[in-house]
Write a protein that binds this ligand. Sequence first.
Ligand code: SF4
Length: 402
Amino acid sequence: MSIVSIVRVDDGRVTEAIQRAIDLVDGLAILKPGDTVLLKPNLVKPAPAGSGIITDARVTDAVAKLVLKHQPGRVIIGEGSSVGYDFPGRVDSLSAMERSGTADVARKYGAQMVDLNRDEIVDVRAPNAYVMETFGVARTAYEADMIINLPVIKTHGRTGITCGLKNMKGVLPGNEKKRTHQLGLDRGIVDLNRVIKPHLTVVDALVGRAGTHTQDDDRVRLDCILAGTDVVAVDAVCATIMGFDVDEILHVRLADEAGLGEADLDCINVYGERIANIARPFQPYAEAAKERFGEATILEKNTCTGCLGEMESTFLYLNEAGLTDRLHELVLIMGTPDEVPDLETTPVIIGRCPSDHRHLGVWVPGCPPHGIKITDAVCEALGIDKAQLHRVIKQLHEAGAS
Ligand code: SF4
């Protein structure tokens, strides 16, 4: 039987909850003095602690503190932010560490910070791979004696949920991240975890994120911490807490079938709180997207997070500008769609992947293109005044900065 702990955080006492959650699963039993430990939070993009988008720095702080009691040789905090947030010197994993407060944790404990997108790459082979037989991973992750995975509990547009298994994607350099989307994200995640498997997963379930993550009420407060040495079991419990049927979360089911862990709740011992006492439905991404993106037609396949994230910004701007009723006229082509039918309206073609279709409408080059460029292209395709949208964008950015 696999074991997963669920511990409620009382009165903001995160450190105590994490200590208990890890103790219940004996999570640091394998850690030896002198070991190199990689802490791998989710810092998908620059966002503040408590947003539910990234791992709360208090979680990383508490785990680092516990790890240091075991006299490791080195503690490293490493992350490779997502494709749309990997532009060194402008926005990258290190700026995500600063924005989230994770960099302060690293400085406080003398931990090294590593941008895994810019790390040396080691070529690895996944035994019995579904789709990625060989791929490159960050050397820091490959060589760590212990990987402690620190995901935050969230919905995801492609994979239903993102938690422990998917959080490991941060150890893939940028081009390999894109490849997992092109080859099939769920199966790519499993292949990655065949090679780089976390030894312990501690889930930030203080505040998670539902829907498309774009609205304030997408934040879901659970005020708890989960831990386990079987990342598949941890994800199965998290999916259940979020109101999903584990069998419908493909990468979790496939990880079980690949022998990486246990996804059957009947074979998982839950210590601490009962799932039923914590469970709170998270609105699925697809359901929220349908509500928020209205009647727009999206022709796509294998689009990765970079373009999806930028496209979300565009929809946010259009909705804020009161242009929701124009969305039924909008056709977007993204990723590598199987086919593009004859269209009566001018489509917007987003990014490098669908560039073969650029002659059909307004093409936005880039990998990914910036959300404002996509917005400009949408204005051009629909005959909307760009200045109107730019005023809205300015207001939103000013409100966000205040
Ligand atoms: S163009 Fe977009 S979908 Fe294609 S690899 Fe780049 S970010 Fe991903």
